[in-house]
Ligand binder design. Structure first.
Ligand code: N01
Length: 860
């Protein structure tokens, strides 16, 4: 520490909207705090980005602080989308009103920071020579604040004027009479190009990737929007906080392909007229996840561009074809496409004619040499991580953040990172941040951090740090979420793909601000789950995983919870059966197969059983799988697992015969088990007539159906036939013991509860009979010589442990077993074909197992 050192509770880096509000909260909480800021005034991004046309692209009414009720009344925006000078004035107004500048050290850049594990304090070094010591170190450095270094050959050779949109001269630039080049066609370029064109004698735009942009239609804020806000500002802000992207908006319920082409186009036209960035991908619910749906939007944009831009070749060059709409950040513009109709404006398409070098006098492409008076670099930022790792931050054990993040940022909740106690990031990587209205995400993080510091103080603690497990699992969760969508397919700055050498990782958290807020709140409610808290009061490691479910499983459960459906076990049997049919009718149909045929086969005790046969599209004959549906022996039918049968049939290239075995309570134990054996016997005898290969018969089932399949395999062995070459058991009931660990862990959750299993067992089987191996196949005396098995269990299923136990027992008995425990999945999720994408791999493995049972050469 130098002589000019300062000891404070909190150092905040950055005096943009995040740092300013954090300072307010720290002061209110009575912490001593200093803000360090490179610029000579507040405003952050709005201080630096002063290029012509710079304005927000979230409606001004939404892009405003909510924490000062007076401010909301005092400040009136002049336009729908405020321009940079007005937003900067707003930041300055807030700084004045709350007298913030007295705690901000301007023209001060943080150069390095070191954690001291003895004192639980950070030492912060600055370029002014001043050092600071603080307990808590908060990076409010913004997501798009570190300009990307020019990565074009010869960039430093040009002797004319050079401008960067990200650090524009404060007194503006006059391009009158100049020949100007703009490199880049992202938001900054798209906003500035029309205004530069209005002055310049010649403007040449160098475009590597065209972007999607809609007209901003700037003007007065609509009466409707203002009325909604003024009527109840608190309710309006609250709706924003729990929304998907931090702006109150209706959530679309339909996919783009669910409506007619006319209807779809009409809705896209309405979106185009409405001129709101979030509306672009908010017209339908699957634009960001379904390529075909996104294509309809992409083509709508192409048509618009072609209708505006006069020169067909220029129009085509402006049509984005290598990424889906919304996978790179879309833009709002004022006369952007129209600008290319001006005679002195030209577009150079770098995809066909790349820049070879920048020269002293201009730019050379492969085919041409251009001379310019000025070059404007609108080439973007080292987003989300650049500003954070630009400071040399050293955490515990001498590890630097740069080293730790060398393969991509690793954070818990985008707020903190393990090994760097008391270092907070506002809107850091792994939080919704740039996918949302930044104001809402900033306020949520600032509040969370302020509340956390207050919690620590109240509890005589002075250090907080995420656990490795919590952090690793958060990154996995965020990545899994991202992988459900199309955004990971683009070479965007969201993916770090714009900066040469930067690891390719989806940087923000894609689950939405409302869901994310629930998560952060829950972390706190569960005693700071995933954090280690330390200090005079002692050290507590509250290790754990906040979101262990696969993200699409989580979303499905949320949707179901919102529907407020009664639990199945509270229904009558008839109601439960109707409910099951209705849910099946609402589910996606599963893939096409060659043929679906319904028929009847004899069950046990003279019963006549319906069956549905699914035949692969390839030429037969095929091996056959006798399939038994799920439904607790009570509900469901030969058609209720339709999508699963189609999917497995198509993937395994085997015939599936789904059997409507008799159900309880009308036909109690052992009717279902007896029907299983009878059905398999009949199928084996009629294999040829069914289009099958005699002797190539496997059994498969799901849940209670997997119980029937397992029991059938055992009984066929005991009876000396028919021959069964393999068994595929998905979440099987194998035992009547309802006190296993998985029953305890999942007693109340995830649709199949302990209560529902009790309801099923009670309908199916007397307690006295349940230990019979025909009900509990795990209890069979002899498990040797059973057909090879593929057993799939799910982490969040009461039946998990008994399925795992069956896999182990079969293995012990010498039966070849392939066992998969699907992490993050529930009892019903693997069967949700076309809904739960993260479960598809398990069905692919089941199909693969079937192919192996039948042998690769079976049909040749
Ligand atoms: O930066 P960008 P931006 N040779 O990265 C091109 C926010 N923002 O400053 O796409 C040739 O989007 C690059 O090409 P490519 C907003 O979130 C908000 O415009 O990499 N070209 C791209 O066209 C936005 O998304 C507002 O192939 C090169 C452009 O330069 C984010 O900031 C306004 C190149 C960079 O576009 C960044 O926007 C402005 C090279 N070597 C910005 N390198 C609001 O309205 C890069 N490019 C609130």
């Amino acid at each position: 520490m130098t002589e000019s050192s300062t000891d404070v509770d909190v150092v905040i880096v950055g005096a943009g909207f995040a740092g300013m509000y954090e300072l307010v909260r720290m002061r209110r909480a009575g912490f001593s705090a200093v803000v360090l800021e490179t610029a000579d005034d507040v405003g952050g991004t709005w201080y630096w980005n002063r290029y012509p046309g710079a304005r927000c692209d979230i409606l001004s009414v939404d892009y405003s602080y909510s924490w000062d009720p007076e401010l909301q009344q005092e400040w009136t925006w002049s336009e729908r989308y405020a321009a940079q000078p007005e937003i900067l004035r707003y930041a300055q107004f807030v700084a004045d009103k709350h007298d913030l500048r007295r705690d901000i050290r301007f023209k001060t850049r943080v150069t390095s920071a070191q954690w001291n594990d003895e004192t639980h304090r950070w030492t912060i070094h600055t370029d002014t020579g001043d050092d600071l010591s603080c307990r808590y170190y908060i990076m409010a450095t913004g997501c798009l604040s570190m300009p990307k270094a020019p990565d074009i050959e010869g960039a430093d050779r040009f002797t004319g004027e050079v401008y960067f949109t990200s650090t524009w001269p404060h007194d503006g630039v006059d391009f009158t009479g100049r020949r100007v080049a703009v490199i880049g066609t992202g938001s900054s370029a798209i906003q500035s190009i029309p205004l530069i064109a209005a002055e310049a004698e010649q403007l040449t735009v160098f475009q590597r990737t065209p972007n999607f942009s809609i007209p901003a239609r700037n003007g007065a804020i609509s009466d409707e929007r203002m009325a909604a806000f003024r009527a109840d500002p608190d309710a309006y802000r609250e709706a924003a906080r729990w929304s998907g992207a931090g702006v109150p908006m209706d959530t679309p319920v339909e996919g783009a392909l669910m409506v007619s082409e006319e209807e779809r186009t009409a809705r896209y036209e309405a979106m185009w007229e409405r001129s709101e960035l979030l509306g672009i991908t908010g017209t339908f619910n699957d634009t960001m996840s379904n390529a075909e749906s996104n294509d309809t939007l992409r083509h709508f944009f192409h048509d618009k561009i072609r209708s505006i831009v006069g020169d067909p070749a220029t129009a085509e060059a402006l049509c984005p074809t290598n990424h889906y709409v919304g996978t790179k950040r879309a833009c709002l513009d004022t006369n952007y496409y129209e600008t290319y109709n001006l005679p002195h404006v030209r577009l150079v398409d770098l995809r066909t004619d790349p820049i070879s070098t920048i020269t002293e006098t201009g730019i050379d492409t492969t085919n041409e040499s251009f001379e310019f008076d000025a070059i404007v670099f609108a080439t973007g930022f080292d987003a989300m991580t650049g500003a954070i790792v630009s400071v040399d931050i050293t955490g515990r054990d001498g590890v630097t953040l740069k080293e730790k993040w060398s393969h991509g940022p690793v954070t818990y909740l985008g707020l903190m990172t393990a090994g760097f106690p008391n270092l907070f990031m506002i809107t850091g990587p792994g939080s919704p941040s740039v996918l949302s209205n930044m104001m809402v995400s900033i306020e949520q993080h600032v509040d969370w951090i302020a509340d956390t510091l207050d919690h620590l103080r109240k509890n005589d603690l002075d250090a907080i740090e995420p656990t490795e497990l919590a952090e690793t699992k958060w990154v996995e969760h965020s990545n899994a979420f991202a992988n459900l969508g199309l955004a990971v397919t683009a070479d965007s700055w969201y993916m770090g793909a714009n900066v040469p050498g930067k690891p390719r990782v989806f940087l923000p958290y894609p689950g939405g601000v409302g869901r994310y807020r629930v998560t952060c709140d829950e972390v706190v409610e569960r005693g700071y789950l995933g954090f280690t808290l330390d200090g005079p009061a002692g050290r507590t490691v509250n290790d754990g995983i906040i979101r262990p479910l696969a993200p699409d499983v989580q979303v499905m459960l949320e949707v179901m919870a919102e529907m407020g459906l009664p639990p199945i076990e509270s229904m009558s049997v008839d109601e439960a059966r109707t409910f099951m049919e209705m849910s099946g009718a609402m589910s996606p149909p599963g893939p096409e197969v060659g043929e679906v045929v319904d028929g009847m086969l004899p069950g046990a005790d003279g019963a006549e059983l319906e069956y549905r046969l699914y035949r692969p599209a390839s030429d037969g004959p095929h091996p056959i799988v006798a399939y038994f549906h799920g439904g607790g022996w009570v509900i469901g039918s030969h058609t209720s697992d339709d999508a699963v049968c189609r999917d497995l049939c198509a993937q395994s290239d085997a015939i599936f015969v789904s059997v409507n075995y008799r159900h309880a309570p009308e036909a109690r134990f052992p009717a279902a088990a007896d029907d299983g054996l009878a059905a398999v016997t009949w199928i084996a005898e009629h294999a040829e007539a069914l289009g099958g290969v005699p002797g190539q018969l496997a059994v498969a089932g799901w849940s209670a159906g997997a119980n029937v399949a397992a029991v059938t395999a055992q009984r066929a062995k005991l009876a000396g036939g028919p021959t069964i070459v393999g068994q595929v058991l998905l979440n099987p009931v194998t035992d009547c013991d309802m006190n296993t660990g998985s029953y305890v862990d999942n007693a109340d959750g995830y649709i199949l509860t302990k209560g529902l299993m009790t309801w099923f067992w009670d309908h199916y089987c007397d307690p006295a009979d349940r230990a019979d191996p025909k009900a509990s196949p795990l209890r069979a005396d002899d498990l040797t010589d059973l057909p090879p098995a593929m057993i799939v269990t799910c982490e969040f299923d009461p039946l998990r442990d008994e399925g795992n136990a069956y896999a182990e027992a079969l293995t012990r008995a010498g039966v070849p077993v392939r066992h998969l425990q699907a992490e993050g999945q529930t009892h019903t999720s693997l069967g949700a074909v076309g809904v739960i994408v993260t479960g598809a791999y398990a069905r692919a493995e089941m199909a693969d197992a079937l192919r192996n049972f039948f042998g690769a050469t079976v049909r040749t």
